[in-house]
Design a protein around this ligand. Structure first.
Ligand SMILES: Cc1cc2nc3c(=O)[nH]c(=O)nc-3n(C[C@H](O)[C@H](O)[C@H](O)COP(=O)(O)OP(=O)(O)OC[C@H]3O[C@@H](n4cnc5c(N)ncnc54)[C@H](O)[C@@H]3O)c2cc1C
Length: 480
């Protein structure tokens, strides 16, 4: 695999919503030479979201009744601090490894059943292939373009305690030798097997969402040092890329704790360099808008894509590791994160990010955008801007949208209601599959996210209650 090694510097450009300074092909681990600053985002497109087409039925009318009632139950818990706090403590206790039979979610049948029919089914796709494929098909039947499917194994690094939690954590390095005398790690092999099984569950137009820390200690050690993972994992990643390519699926590599992110981005860029050469992105890197460093990182990657001629897969999120990552690396306010998110999303859609695409700036490279967000303003603004540019035949980039399974259905179905004859917006649901024990860290993070987004959770609860009320009313009207 080739690494970027040139360090030519480009002049400062101040255009669009960024200012930037970054050398073409600046080494990925030497971002200090690049400067890119997010300015406040244009609000003209945000204001236009209010003019969205009027539709007669509310977006949640598309939700099957069983899902609606489960969503209402979960939202009732997550929107009330006095119910959410004890639920979080319980989930946190259950997610600890080495629990007794009584507290083991995999062995205690009563506990397993309660969790399965509430939190698990709300946020996860299935415990096995059959359940998962049924969920993937259900999303297609509901009008989604496809599913982003992820295998639950991961490792989270807590900056405050300097400790790791999750299934990648073990004192056993799992190292040995295979039959040919090559170094062999059983954790990487287990992760490869789980991921390949996930690829087998995907259909055309679905995405594999990958958490690289799930490969265990040998991988996380390398990522923490900003290095590439062991050859065994790189070979597994290449096998996975080829399999996805063969079946018409794509790959989103998740952004994780900052502790691991340099190494993760490094291997992801190498994969893009190799596989994103057919005019589209097979592989996407995830950019966390809440990080102050993201515009700089993105400028470096745009430069690499432009110079080396590959398509940059740009998945944009706000960032999910506020509770564990170093706070000083994250924007000081939510507004700053929102501005950063909208600025990058809209800049990419205008093909103008900092000096890339600006008059007298550098050419905008091939980019495929994926907006993963529950923020209605952000996604609606991006969709309307994309439509405007297509209608005006102005340059833009392909874009997909996704929300997590069990969250922000109002946003997902609002986007689906705008679907035009060209099939856009392309909306996806992102779900996780795996055994109950494997999914607990993921479930816990969803619960924490709901706690931290109180007003959105309460809005969701009100919308769900409104939809239940509407259905009851129409039932009564119909029967009288
Ligand atoms: C399909 C999908 C895939 C995802 N993949 C990833 C991934 O790979 N990696 C990852 O890290 N996350 C991922 N996320 C989660 C994402 O990063 C956000 O945590 C989550 O979506 C909430 O942000 P939001 O855009 O939906 O909007 P909102 O609810 O409007 O924003 C909440 C977010 O704003 C930020 N924020 C909140 N308060 C502050 C503050 N005081 N100062 C600064 N920033 C603040 C945080 O990022 C918080 O999560 C994914 C989300 C989705 C929907």
């Amino acid at each position: 695999m080739v690494l970027i090694h040139s360090s030519k510097a480009a002049p400062l450009a101040t255009l669009g919503t960024f200012t930037s300074r970054c050398g073409v092909g600046t080494p990925l681990n030497n971002v200090s030479k690049c400067r890119l600053r997010v300015r406040s985002v244009s609000t003209s497109v945000l204001a236009e979201t209010k003019g969205a087409p009027n539709v007669t039925l509310p977006p949640l009318s598309a939700l099957p009744t069983s899902m609606l009632l489960r969503s209402l139950l979960v939202a009732a818990i997550t929107s009330k601090p006095y119910l959410l706090k004890p639920s979080l403590s319980i989930l946190s206790r259950l997610s600890k490894s080495g629990n007794s039979l009584l507290l083991s979610v995999d062995r205690n049948i009563i506990l397993h059943t309660i969790l399965k029919w509430t939190f698990y089914k709300q946020f996860c796709a299935g415990e096995n292939g059959r359940e998962t494929q049924a969920t993937v098909q259900m999303f297609k039947d509901l009008g989604f373009r496809g599913t982003l499917l992820t295998y639950a194994k991961e490792t989270v690094f807590d900056h405050s305690t300097k400790s790791q939690q999750g299934l990648g954590v073990t004192t056993d390095q799992g190292k040995g030798q295979d039959g040919n005398g090559k170094r062999y790690c059983e954790h990487i092999e287990a992760w490869r097997e789980g991921t390949v099984k996930t690829v087998d569950l995907l259909g055309e137009d679905d995405y594999l969402a990958m958490k690289l820390t799930g490969a265990g200690p040998a991988a996380t050690e390398a990522f923490a040092a900003g290095e590439l993972p062991p050859v065994q994992m790189i070979e597994a990643l290449e096998e996975i890329c080829q399999k996805c390519k063969d079946k018409g699926a794509r790959i989103l590599i998740d952004a994780e704790s900052q502790h691991f992110q340099k190494g993760i981005a490094r291997v992801t860029i190498d994969l893009m360099r190799k596989y994103n050469r057919d005019g589209y992105a097979l592989v996407y890197n995830t950019y966390q808008a809440y990080l102050k460093s993201t515009p700089t990182t993105l400028a470096t990657h745009l430069a690499a894509a432009g110079e080396e001629g590959f398509t940059l897969g740009l998945k944009l999120v706000r960032g999910a590791y506020m509770a564990t990552d170093d706070r000083s690396l994250i924007h000081d306010t939510k507004q700053n994160t929102d501005d950063a998110y909208n600025s990058i999303a809209q800049g990419a859609l205008r093909q103008e990010l900092g000096e890339f695409g600006a008059t007298n700036g550098r050419a905008f490279p091939s980019v495929n955008l994926f907006l993963a967000s529950h923020n209605k303003e952000s996604v609606m603004a991006a969709h309307h801007l994309h439509q405007q540019r297509l209608a005006a035949k102005l340059p833009t980039v392909p874009v997909g949208f996704a929300q997590l399974h069990g969250m922000s259905d109002d946003v997902s179905f609002s986007l689906l209601q705008l679907k035009g004859p060209d099939g856009s917006p392309q909306v996806y649901k992102c779900s996780t599959w795996g055994g109950m024990g494997e999914c607990l860290a993921y479930l816990l993070r969803r619960a924490i996210e709901n706690r931290d987004a109180v007003s959105r959770t309460q809005d969701e609860y009100r919308a769900l209650k409104g939809e239940v009320g509407r259905r009851l009313k129409s039932l009564v009207t119909f029967s009288t």
